[in-house]
Ligand binder design. Sequence first.
Ligand code: CMP
Length: 147
Amino acid sequence: MKGKLTFTIIKPGAVANEHIGPILKIINEKGFHIAAMRMTRLSVKQAQEFYAVHKERPFYDSLVEFMSSGPIVVAILEKENAVEEYRKIVGATDPSKADEGTIRKLFAESMQRNAVHGSDSDENAMIECDFFFNRSERFYKDQDCCW
Ligand code: CMP
């Protein structure tokens, strides 16, 4: 399983701007299998918990407010070397530094409203997938992915 999965959120700004379809199209075209997906909305408490690693950062409160401000799409993505491969197509956190053609270059509005989240390690991918999805909601292509 290690290395084959990552977790993504299409954030409230991108959902409100009708970018779900275009973002999913890029994800599929780049060879990711969508193993789980749901549209949901985070409570303030859930957003605080999901981003707890950033709680000492100056942007934490506004990040929590933004992430709980409207619907999001959460998904588990499957591909060899998924975390790294997805981070390549997502682009830099700061959209002004993101490469041409990346999701953030195309759809981010600012550093905070940066269209999508992507896991930064295999360990965090597992934690983040478990935060949103139980086993019966996951439809892997490669059965080695089942944890
Ligand atoms: P994400 O990949 O979801 O992980 C943490 C989020 O914090 C990041 O994307 C941005 O939305 C946000 N973030 C990171 N750095 C800053 C910053 N300097 N100012 C505002 N928001 C930030």
